[in-house]
Ligand binder design. Structure first.
Ligand SMILES: Nc1ncnc2c1ncn2[C@@H]1O[C@H](COP(=O)(O)OP(=O)(O)O)[C@@H](O)[C@H]1O
Ligand SMILES: [Mg+2]
Length: 233
């Protein structure tokens, strides 16, 4: 049995206060196993991004704990959390979040500890972007920009990739290329947590956690796993 590498326990997260108080997570508990492909599925506003952001150390919970590699990240101080985000989790966003003022190669080498040029070039080759390293993000298609973002997320010691609607801003063909890349990375041993509102994409997962109204409403082993090639949405 695979090891649990991420464990979320009774996570509560609210935004705003008074009239504007919103519960984004209401006592959410879940876990992620090492090397699995996990999908978090749910409609808009169900709390998926909030859950992923909390696992990624982007913000803090009101209540609850999140263990990653055995350490409770909710106990981290701000500098520990910065190091955690830099080293321990790769994050891929719907809208890429690249720096537009610097080249593709520089985007992949931005973080301290990721400045090995040979490694960055190798990662760019692995996402089929050889020859693009000196381009700027705006000179690339959306699908290519997302692959830069994936190369950046891979340029750290972590084996965990957190992906928030990574195909959400892409046309079907580019989206499929991104899913194939994630499938390949999973095959190489990465742990993938993918957030989506698209049921068809969820069929790529080993397990599917469904969220609704800030809660996890089901967790199932996916008996009908399909390849990225077969996914249609
Ligand atoms: N920064 C924020 N400020 C205020 N409300 C937020 C913020 N982020 C998310 N929310 C609210 O929290 C709930 C869950 O949002 P989110 O996690 O983004 O859901 P999903 O990713 O499933 O669409 C929604 O009601 C949303 O409006
Ligand atoms: Mg979201």
């Amino acid at each position: 049995m695979a090891e649990v590498i991420i464990e979320v326990k009774n996570a509560v997260k609210t935004y705003g206060e008074g009239e504007a108080l919103t519960y984004a997570l209401r006592k959410v508990s879940m876990e992620v196993y090492e090397h699995e492909f996990l999908v978090i599925l749910g409609g808009s506003g169900s709390g998926k991004s909030t859950l992923l952001n909390m696992i990624g150390g982007m913000d803090r919970l009101n209540e609850g704990e999140i263990f990653v590699n055995g350490q409770d990240i909710t106990k981290f101080n701000n500098s520990q959390l910065t190091l955690y985000r830099r080293n321990d989790v790769g994050f891929v966003y719907q809208f890429f979040n690249l720096l537009n003022e610097v080249t593709v190669l520089q985007n992949v080498m931005l973080a301290p500890g990721s400045r090995d040029k040979k490694k960055a070039m190798k990662l760019l080759r692995s996402v089929q972007l050889n020859g693009k390293e000196n381009k700027f993000p705006r000179q690339l298609s959306g699908g290519q920009q997302q692959r830069v973002a994936i190369a950046r997320a891979l340029n750290k010691p972590s084996n965990i990739l957190l992906c928030d609607e990574p195909t959400g801003a892409l046309d079907d063909a580019s989206g499929k290329a991104v899913l194939k890349l994630l499938e390949e990375l999973h095959g190489q041993g990465k742990t993938i947590v993918l957030v989506t509102h698209t049921k068809e994409i969820a069929q790529m997962a080993d397990r599917i956690i469904t969220m609704k109204n800030a809660r996890v409403v089901s967790t199932v082993v996916n008996e009908h796993k399909v390849s990225a090639e077969e996914v249609e949405w």
